[in-house]
Design a protein around this ligand. Structure first.
Ligand code: GAR
Length: 209
């Protein structure tokens, strides 16, 4: 199950990894919270079930999350993947899918949670930026991290070029982490990710080639 809000390039990377046999699984459905999300078009083209649940028609965050949980439950997925799903989720929703929900965020968490991460990283003058795949818990963009991709910030770099370089890394580490989960290698145990039975006190690190 993949949740999306927009462009869907991470969804595309996941679908291609399934196609190539890198991820042993299938996407039961793609759910978007925004009509017109390009990700829905990508799902349709790939023959994956697409569903729209427009958050604007719900009176409250709780009501939307209840409907979203019910829609997800229709498919009984093993894993819920947030691929550019731009919603803050309620604690009840998160508790329900705890240990089986992964998110990708475009920064080296805990640095730069929230929006406009590339611009903020450049403004802060950091030498390294990147992306993090993490299990979703109550903190916004702050659950236990599994894997990070590090990208060196080049002198004079624009937020756009940095975003593109980070996105290319996202397309590597997200399918990698989802593949681990789908083959039973990755789990959340007592609040800590475990890979092949080994607790990950710190996330695995990948670097740009
Ligand atoms: C990605 O960069 C992802 O890391 C980010 O949204 C983008 C979605 O792109 N997610 C977040 O910021 C979550 N806090 P995509 O729709 O092309 O995959």
């Amino acid at each position: 199950m993949v949740l999306v809000s927009g462009r869907g390039s991470n969804l595309q990377a996941l679908m291609e990894a399934i196609q190539r046999g890198v991820i042993h699984g299938r996407i039961a459905a793609v759910i978007a919270n925004r009509p017109g999300a390009h990700a829905l078009e990508r799902a349709r083209r790939a023959g994956v079930t697409e569903r729209l649940l427009d958050h604007r028609v719900f009176a409250s965050r709780e009501a939307f999350d209840r409907a979203l949980a019910a829609l997800i439950d229709e498919y009984a997925p093993h894993l819920v993947v947030m691929a550019g799903f731009m919603r803050i989720l309620t604690p009840a929703f998160i508790a329900r899918f705890r240990g089986r929900m992964l998110n990708i965020h475009p920064s080296l968490l805990p640095a730069f949670p929230g929006l406009n991460t590339h611009q903020r990283a450049i403004a802060a003058g950091v030498s390294e930026h990147g992306a993090t795949v993490h299990f979703v818990t109550d903190e916004v963009d702050g659950g236990p991290p599994v894997v990070q991709a590090r990208v060196a910030v080049r002198p004079g770099e624009s937020p756009e070029t940095l975003a593109a370089r980070v996105l290319a890394q996202e397309h590597q580490i997200f399918p990698e982490a989802v593949a681990w989960f789908c083959s039973g290698r990755l789990q959340l145990v007592d609040g800590l990710p475990q890979l092949d039975g080994r607790p990950l006190e710190r996330p695995l690190q990948r670097t740009e080639d």
